[in-house]
Design a protein around this ligand. Structure first.
Ligand SMILES: Nc1ncnc2c1ncn2[C@@H]1O[C@H](COP(=O)(O)OP(=O)(O)OP(=O)(O)O)[C@@H](O)[C@H]1O
Ligand SMILES: [Mg+2]
Length: 260
């Protein structure tokens, strides 16, 4: 567990909830500077993995290195938090702050000076098309607006490594394009993005590497370049998570026709 070029590395990472194994001996290997798409069906273990990688959830067992640092060491755990940005599954915003207040709070937590916070906040809010709704509190935001604010907050400190749990879910088509371009630029500068998404078309276009988790097991980890020599991402995905694809696809009672 010492390769400096790896942004994320796990060995036999596992998490149980009671008797249920949500993440099972997962060995992730994410090189720095890659755009990594973490895929899997609902309930596969994606969010649980992201929570463990970002310090939101304790692993049951296994090893984690993020940017070469060990989150189980308190000093290193703080250093990891300084260097990463996270959009978690539940967004975790503060309901009673406006977008500007929230970004200001996050900026101060990362010890940015006021001028930098103001400049970056204005740019981010304008890019996310949130600048017209300055007076609204986060709790008054729509779901997509909240997601964009969470993404803006994750980007504000200009982190080396971004963890995004379904960043495109609930976001309109225009902003989705803006976010895709922004993340593409971000990775081309040398940063690393680790995201989950169910939208395989976006992942195929955007990501350089993918990992597929199914039933808590990492069933594929490869570069898109290697993958594209053979199957499409959708074909690979359906093959690897076959048990889900094999489940019934029709509702028997629909064949009876609509009730009069
Ligand atoms: N706090 C919890 N308590 C009990 N079980 C949990 C908890 N969090 C997750 N699980 C279980 O762990 C498994 C993995 O859940 P997880 O949220 O990681 O899936 P996911 O891949 O992110 O799915 P989705 O695509 O629906 O977001 C599921 O079976 C889920 O029910
Ligand atoms: Mg999830």
């Amino acid at each position: 567990m010492s390769d400096k070029k790896l942004a994320i590395e796990t060995q036999a990472l596992s998490r149980y909830f009671g008797n249920q194994c949500a993440v099972n001996h997962v060995n992730l290997s994410v090189e720095a500077g890659t755009f990594y798409g973490f895929l899997g069906p609902n309930g596969a273990g994606k969010s649980t993995t992201i929570k463990m990688l970002t310090g939101l959830l304790e692993p049951s067992s296994g090893e984690i290195r993020v940017l070469g640092l060990d989150p189980r060491n308190d000093t290193q755990a703080l250093e990891i938090k300084r260097q990463i940005g996270v959009v978690p599954e539940n967004l975790a915003l503060f309901d009673n702050l406006t977008a500007k207040e929230y970004l200001s709070f996050v900026g101060r937590m990362f010890l940015l000076d006021h001028a930098t916070i103001r400049r970056r906040s204005e740019e981010l809010l304008s890019l996310m098309a949130l600048d017209k709704e300055q007076k609204k509190l986060a709790l008054e935001y729509s779901h997509g607006m909240q997601k964009k604010l969470a993404l803006a907050a994750a980007l504000l400190p200009n982190p080396k490594l971004l963890f995004l749990d379904e960043p495109f879910e609930g976001v309109d088509a225009i902003t989705s394009k803006v976010i895709r371009e922004l993340l593409g630029d971000y990775v081309s500068r040398g940063a690393t993005v680790f995201l989950t998404s169910h939208v395989l078309e976006i992942v195929e276009k955007l990501c350089t590497h993918v990992g597929i988790i199914s039933g808590g097991n990492l069933v594929e980890q490869t570069s898109l370049a290697e993958l594209s020599q053979g199957n499409s991402l959708e074909q690979t995905f359906l093959e690897k998570v076959g048990s889900v694809a094999d489940s019934p696809r029709k509702l028997s009672w629909l064949e009876e026709g609509v009730a009069e």
